[in-house]
Design a protein around this ligand. Structure first.
Ligand SMILES: Cc1ncc(COP(=O)(O)O)c(C=O)c1O
Length: 485
């Protein structure tokens, strides 16, 4: 591995940072020693986070990793629209001047919330600095004392953060995207929780439109139907909170999200749309009716005790919505939403029709769970495709792809459960068909190498060539981890 290149140095820093250096700790004060010890726990598991330059920004690597799904971040379109918003409001102040409930409210902020709510077919909206904040706000403000939360096993960390602080009487998990598990959970709550049985309290369900690590889509219509079946004539007892972080801008007409795509706007009490991904801005909005908005304003501490979103921040969000609402992202400029769908279909098609696909699955070299069985019949696909591998193949595939110029990330515990490591591939409107074809070809080069190693027992501890070059470098640097013992 050549660590003087952008890609080599990116990997070198990532690996070097995991080294535990007990000697260097000795001269530190107890305060810093304790902090370093906490970091050492991460280093020992090779999962210390490192903030690095994105390799697709500093080299020719192709972006198959960022969340800029519609590629608005790299088009001048959004920038122009943002500057238009600033020009239309020449007397804007860069700050908001206070909390929403004090001096921080202003007409542009309220108009934008209303514009976004109308776009998604909701009564009202409330903007937040981030999706994380908004999820904490939802789960601390909405469930009332005695309510029960039911959540999909794979909901985001921010939902867990909020749920752990909520007033709800109990929290029950159901198996990921599993309709029968959901039904059983509802039935058992209906039978065992007196306040739910007597319909004095509610069940509040947490799901996501698209799950970020598995890239699969929530069977929302089926879940809503089951809630109606279990609580016949008492539909209000079960209410849904749908986190649309990964579907905003991507799924449904003009990117309105899954709830709108299914026509479930009236059935879903609360939606969360975030703007840091396909919208190429930051922040998030909670959508619901006026009661949901007022409750959130009153009980979410990040609304009451934090400064309101500033004008430039809101203007960036509004610029993105101008493009979505006018259909520019979909129809006029570069058919961004259609293009993402087309590229994902092309990728999956090329993968499953590859002559080595069957062998790769049988040997556990690569697998694409969940999506692969159903993708052909799905009306829309998610732009996130996880490639599951045995450990440590996910590192080996990561090294292989990154050296061939593809920006992708291995995903490990604690981001995913132990034993479920994977490589996450994310598609964008700016990706080309040639890039996708080359990606597939490069993945199967790796498969072939692993299959050859597996079939040739005489190779002993042999690893594929990209991993070998990294391991040779690690040996010189006396480093372990990333599949090297
Ligand atoms: C499903 C989901 N919800 C919420 C968030 C948090 O959003 P934000 O990045 O705006 O804080 C994320 C971010 O990764 C997410 O994936």
């Amino acid at each position: 591995m050549d660590d003087s290149t952008a890609i080599g140095s990116n990997i070198a820093i990532r690996i070097r940072n995991q080294k535990v250096d007990k000697q260097a700790r000795k001269s530190l004060s107890v305060f810093y020693q304790n902090l370093e010890e906490a970091l050492d726990l991460r280093r020992k598991n090779y999962n210390l986070f490192t903030i690095l330059q994105n390799i697709w920004q500093i080299s020719d690597a192709v972006d198959f990793s960022s969340n800029d799904i519609l590629s608005l971040g790299s088009s001048s379109l959004l920038r122009r629209e943002f500057l238009n918003e600033l020009e239309k409001n020449p007397s804007f102040s860069p700050g908001s001047g206070g909390s929403r409930v004090l001096d921080g409210n202003y007409p542009y902020l309220e108009e934008t919330e209303q514009q976004i709510a109308e776009f998604h077919g909701a009564e009202s909206g409330l903007l937040f600095a981030s999706g994380f904040d908004a999820n904490v706000a939802i789960w601390t403000a909405i469930p009332r004392l005695g309510d029960v939360i039911v959540y999909d096993a794979l909901v985001h960390a921010s939902t867990h953060e909020g749920m752990s602080q909520s007033l709800a009487m109990a929290r029950k998990e159901f198996l990921h995207n599993d309709i029968e598990s959901f039904r059983e959970t509802l039935v058992s709550i209906a039978e065992t929780q007196p306040l739910i049985k007597s319909r004095k309290r509610c069940i509040i369900v947490a799901v996501e439109s698209v799950y970020s690590m598995d890239g699969d889509i929530c069977p929302l219509q089926e879940l809503v139907d089951i809630a109606r079946e279990v609580f016949v004539g008492e539909e209000g007892t079960v209410q849904f909170v749908v986190d649309e972080a990964h579907s905003t801008g991507v799924i449904g007409e003009n990117g309105k999200g899954l709830v709108s795509a299914l026509g479930l706007e009236r059935a879903i009490a609360v939606r969360l749309h975030t703007f840091g991904k396909a919208m190429s801005a930051g922040g998030a909005i909670i959508l619901g009716n006026n009661t949901v908005r007022t409750v959130t304003i009153n009980f979410a501490r990040s609304v009451v005790f934090s400064t309101a979103p500033s004008f430039p921040f809101v203007a960036a969000i509004r610029a993105g919505y101008n493009l979505l609402a006018s259909g520019q992202t979909e129809k006029v400029i570069f058919k961004a939403q259609d293009r993402v769908q087309q590229l994902v279909r092309m990728f999956l098609d090329a993968i499953v029709s590859h002559p080595h696909w069957g062998a790769a699955q049988d040997l556990g070299v690569i697998a694409i769970p969940l999506t692969v069985d159903t993708w052909q019949s799905q009306p829309y696909l998610s732009h996130i495709v996880p490639i599951r591998t045995q450990e440590p193949y996910h590192y080996w595939l990561f090294f292989h792809l990154i050296f061939k110029g593809f920006s992708v990330f291995p995903v490990d515990y604690p981001t995913v459960p132990k034993g479920q490591s994977r490589l996450k591939i994310t598609f964008h409107a700016k990706n080309t068909m040639d890039e996708v074809s080359l990606l597939v070809k490069t993945i199967f080069e790796f498969v072939q190498e692993v299959v050859e190693i597996r079939n040739a027992t005489k190779w002993g501890n042999e690893v594929p060539s990209a991993a070998r070059s990294v391991y040779e470098w690690m040996e010189k640097e006396k480093l372990t981890g990333f599949g090297r013992m």
